[in-house]
Design a protein around this ligand. Structure first.
Ligand SMILES: [Zn+2]
Length: 331
């Protein structure tokens, strides 16, 4: 480049390489001054624009970062609350499972009771007096489950919880089956128990006459005919000839006849619990063999047939073929 002063122009020599000729560019001085100024101006404009753009980008980035970190905080919160929920659920499964176990144990106990009731009916339904079911098995149910517990703490894992949930589900299904069978069985067991109760109510405990005057008690006495010591197998109740004689308890007439001997006309009732009641010296028999009678039902009229000194009822209770004192039964 050659600066030609004096004519107000500037000559630029452009040299490329050996193959090309040198070129001359004549530029006026003001233009020569303007080019760098324009270049500087446009450069600073560019820099300013770049600065503006980058600060915009930075602020956008900052906003994004802030939003992301907010999201992270929210996510963390969600994770925490989910973890708490899972823990609560786990605790509930544990509780539920323990309740299911307890309930199943109770139902087993009810089932056992039902069996005991059935055994009671089988044993006492047709024969002797009811005895209280004894020797009931000791059961953990008699203890307060909130006490008498302990042991080391062992943390559980998710799979354990799933297993427990499945186990609990199985327990509930088993309970439902058990409940269904109990629902089917218990009504018939109850019916049998009621029948048993009815039979037990056949216990002779009603005073068999209107008169309450006993003229001879149970046990050893002086015989009214011979004057010698003898055994009196029942009680004698004095009464009017023809007055009603009642069944002391529900049962079946097994004898109703005229003995033609000491008993005179007499009736024997067999009661469901195996006891028998005997009614002697009757003037009139008003029941027949095989007939079932209710407690208090009139079966005869009082009299003085057989070996008797006057109108009275000889009333006797027989237990396992042996006469026993009737008073404890009918008083
Ligand atoms: Zn007598």
């Amino acid at each position: 480049m050659k600066n030609a002063k004096g004519n107000g122009r500037v000559t630029l020599l452009v040299m490329r390489d050996a193959q090309h000729s040198v070129k001359q560019l004549h530029l006026s001085k003001p233009l020569m001054m303007a080019v760098p100024a324009v270049a500087v101006l446009s450069l600073s404009g560019l820099v300013l624009a770049l600065q503006a753009h980058s600060s915009q980008v930075i602020s956008q980035l900052e906003q994004k970062v802030t939003a992301e970190s907010l999201k992270n905080v929210q996510m963390q919160r969600t994770v925490n609350s989910r973890e708490q929920s899972i823990e609560r659920l786990q605790n509930e499964i544990v509780n539920l499972s323990s309740q299911a176990k307890d309930m199943k144990q109770r139902m087993d106990r009810v089932d056992e009771l039902e069996n005991q009731l059935q055994q009671f009916i089988d044993k006492h339904g047709t024969t002797s007096m009811a005895e209280p079911a004894s020797g009931a098995k000791a059961s953990s149910l008699s203890w307060d489950a909130s006490q008498h517990v302990g042991g080391e703490y062992i943390a559980v894992h998710e799979n354990d919880m799933l297993d427990l949930a499945q186990e609990t589900k199985d327990d509930f299904q088993e309970m439902q089956t058990l409940l269904r069978s109990m629902e089917n069985q218990i009504p018939s067991t109850l019916k049998k128990a009621e029948e048993t109760q009815d039979r037990i109510s056949g216990q002779p405990d009603l005073w068999p006459t209107e008169s309450r005057v006993t003229t001879s008690s149970f046990g050893y006495r002086t015989d009214p005919f011979t004057g010698r010591a003898s055994f009196h197998a029942g009680i004698d109740i004095a009464g009017d000839n023809g007055s009603p004689v009642y069944a002391a308890g529900a049962g079946t007439i097994v004898t109703a006849e005229n003995s033609g001997g000491a008993r005179g006309r007499y009736i024997v009732i067999e009661h469901p619990n195996g006891l028998q009641t005997w009614y002697m010296h009757l003037s009139k028999i008003q029941a027949h063999v095989g007939q079932t009678v209710d407690k208090g039902e009139q079966i005869a009229e009082l009299g003085s047939t057989g070996r008797s000194t006057g109108p009275h009822l000889h009333f006797q209770v027989v237990k396992k073929d042996k006469p026993v004192n009737p008073l404890p039964y009918i008083q």
